[in-house]
Design a protein around this ligand. Sequence first.
Ligand code: GDP
Ligand code: FE
Ligand code: FE
Length: 202
Amino acid sequence: MGNDIYVKYTAFKQDELLKKIRMSISEKRFKHSLAVQKTAVLLAKRFDCNLEKASIAGLVHDYAKERSDEEMIRIIYENNLDETIIAFGNNIWHGVAGAILIKKELGIIDAKILQAVTVHTTGSSNMSLLDKIIYVADFIEPNRNFPGVSKARKLAKVNLDKVVKYEIKRTLLRLLENEAKIYPKTMDTYNKYVAGVNQLST
Ligand code: GDP
Ligand code: FE
Ligand code: FE
């Protein structure tokens, strides 16, 4: 994959896009973003997903993570996003508002990429292959180092749904231990991929 995919999916050439992202987030998060990009491409090859979309989505998934609370709240109001997310803080905002920002500032309009960025933190009850790949790549990229990451990496060699299941369960357990606010979409992901609830869509 060369320069072409950047021009195809964004308003910038590769070097311009990388510069823009690097200026928006810390060095550490920039490295994480590049690692998620690489990991997402590996997973896309393994599970037969669009490599180009996996690459771009992985690279930009945390683009909004270091914006001020003021800016994020303004984005939520201005774009008529669900106001109930305001109570949950930036960990929940940065995916949803991130999709708005990467469209506006990076010129990304592909619906699959925007959705994968939107749900990358919480997952959802109805994840596409690309959604799962970004959700999992974010969890297992080589810089990640937590108890259980090697198990997640092993599962990711074989079965993507098993990693989604492992990841949401572990995330929820940690959030409960910390008495954190559980965003309903996080519960939806748990109900679907761990507890086996098949939600009927209306
Ligand atoms: P990162 O942006 O690369 O650090 O990773 P993520 O976007 O996946 O997650 C950001 C943080 O949000 C992590 O610490 C997750 O555990 C946390 N998180 C995921 N779901 C929820 C939730 O429902 N509520 C809260 N409070 N945090 C969550
Ligand atoms: Fe994130
Ligand atoms: Fe991330």
